[in-house]
Design a protein around this ligand. Sequence first.
Ligand SMILES: Cc1ncc(COP(=O)(O)O)c(C=O)c1O
Length: 461
Amino acid sequence: MATATKPPQFTGEQIEELQTTAAEHMFMHGSQTNDWKGDLKIFVKGEGCWVTDMQGNRVLDGMGGLWYKAAGYGRKEIADAMYQQALAIESPPAPGACVPTIQLSGKIAELYPDHHCRTFFVSGGSEAVETAVKMAKKHQQLKGKGGAYKVISRRNSYHGSTAMAVSLGKASYADSVGPDMPGAMWVTNWNSYRLPYAGDPVDAAVKCANEFEAVILHQGPDTVAAIIAEPISTASGIQVPPAEYWQRLREIATKYDVVLIADEVITGFGRLGTYFGPENWGVQPDLTVVAKALTSGYAPLGGVIATKKVADVFLGGERETFKHLITFGGHPVAAAAGLANLKIFEREDLVGNSRRMGTYLYERLQDLKKHKIVGDVRGGLGLLAVVELVQDRASKKPFPKEAGLGKKLPKMLYDRKLVTFRAADLIAMCPPLSINRSEVDFIVDALDDAIGKLQKELAVT
Ligand SMILES: Cc1ncc(COP(=O)(O)O)c(C=O)c1O
């Protein structure tokens, strides 16, 4: 359970000093210093779904950290497991491993649909994507498709910020600063609100999936190593695809001998109401990329889960060895956090709770459609949802930047004691999987108030 200690207190002077140090010496990831300097949110305590900032405001974290706080804040048993491992042996000498890293690979195999899978541990999501792509390419080489180096992803997806991963997806909020990875190719992303193809949504989704096939055929199947997609892309606005979309991706990948990579950095470990997202559609990818919820953010850890079929290709001699090394990949202290975290998952049925509370959240969010500026509500598969605000419902026209939603909304919601991330025309929700009904009500009531207020301010009648 969460610890019950009081949040530490800070004087005005201490707060000011920290603000100055941050403003002068620290990059905040993915944001402009001028946008936050002097007013950085500094958090000092977490318990369950709630966090307390330096000024003593206790607010509900509707974003689960940055899409990862599955088991909630303040879990003493996770902290204890990390402490005990650090006391015993914090990291192994090079030719060996430590107990929790091995045990975690076994626990993942228990939870993953292919129980004979093998995990390559890294330190986070971007590294895991890099690793999966390299593994896919080497897998193709070993299988005799040595010229396969191309990787097809979807526009407006996000697969990480490192030099190769940023070439995939090309989200607007990640700088690529230079040439993309040779062989990076892109297709249309799925969008349930503004269908990329007119007509029936299932047909449109299949047509989107078929774009992968068109690129494979155009480029030549022997040149394509992998396709990569998130089960639900948060970068493109939490668009839930029909089952046929991922089923078609699987068919295409199998038909052309292309490795199907599911980027489950956000969706892995329960977010979509199943341990792994494609389980919702009966699909088994070849490689699954995980990070975030694997430790609920108690320590940095990521991994690439390879099905036995893929992993076995790397068994043999020197030629077959996957020559890839990340010093702190699978760090024992992080692995101990992962194991303790997954123990909580099982004991408290967090995946079942994600399904139940996700359904409840999605149902309650429908009430917000009473506000004219709510264009769409998406979610329903576990605890991942979004409310999309539009200027005009009929045309689905977005608000212009000058309307200042990105400045107004986060403040309105924080005043209503709800933490959001980049809330503007899209208000994403990804709360801890341990959330209860009254906390879901708290989120929806806060959104209701803030959206009502915003609508008045924008003079939409
Ligand atoms: C789908 C997806 N892939 C990869 C990444 C990169 O993960 P990390 O930030 O741990 O490097 C993210 C991060 O949000 C993500 O959402």
